[in-house]
Design a protein around this ligand. Structure first.
Ligand code: E4P
Length: 217
């Protein structure tokens, strides 16, 4: 499973990238706002830092303008993935840009039928938003499972990018179902290493080690 980091925070990306935990990055207009940076500048910096795909989202709503924005974003670097919303204009943009050989991430997916359309439009990635479905008392993980089944039935090569990941359980559940990629905030990725029994065990080992009076270095 590939790990994408869902942020435009350069320091946070760099920290995880040094550990080999970053297979790609996803951004969106809200994350650009949070970064306080210019979209073109910060996206270029991320692309220089990370080898894998970096999703940058168009903000126009009509396909002609979306296509123009997508082409401009794609000029930032070779590893740009153009992110488009799951609307008819977004799907049209997806079809045009993917036919030009550009990677496209279709975002804001909340149903299996939407995912089916994105695959048919040539999407490289489909981004079902798990957390936002869970927020409405719906089962985000069921959507991942449905899309997995549909894509496998018809051998679509669109990758399932489980997005809006809020908890460590979202990560392991998406991995068990067979999502190709998860994108999660840096804090969630760092939390994957945590377990209370690890802390408890380490504490006991440290106390016993102190009693030995020995040193390694
Ligand atoms: C994905 O590409 C989105 O940027 C992101 O996962 C949305 O997450 P949120 O629902 O926590 O804002």
């Amino acid at each position: 499973m590939k790990f994408f980091v869902d942020t435009a925070d350069i320091d946070a990306i760099a920290e995880l990238n040094d550990l080999g935990m970053v297979d790609g990055v996803t951004t969106n207009p809200s994350l650009i706002l949070k970064s306080g940076r210019d979209i073109l500048e910060v996206t270029k910096e991320i692309c220089d830092l990370v080898e894998g795909p970096v999703s940058a989202e168009v903000v126009a709503l009509k396909s002609d303008e979306m296509i123009a924005e997508g082409r401009k974003l794609a000029e930032i670097a070779d590893n740009i993935t153009v992110k488009v919303p799951l609307t008819w204009d977004g799907l049209k943009t997806c079809k045009v840009l993917s036919s030009e050989g550009k990677k496209v991430n279709v975002t804001l997916c909340f149903s299996a039928n939407q995912a089916l359309l994105a695959a048919k439009a040539g999407a490289t990635f489909i981004s079902p938003f798990i957390g936002r479905l869970d927020d409405m008392n719906l089962d985000g993980m069921e959507l991942i499972a449905d899309i997995r089944e549909i894509y496998d039935n018809y051998l679509f090569d669109t990758e399932i990018l489980a997005a809006s990941i809020r908890t460590v359980n979202h990560v392991s559940d998406a991995a068990k179902i067979g999502a190709d990629v998860i994108t999660a905030p840096p804090a969630v990725i760092k939390k994957l290493a945590e377990h209370p029994l690890t802390d408890k065990g380490l504490d006991a080992f440290m106390k016993d080690w102190e009693k030995t009076g020995q040193k390694i270095l």
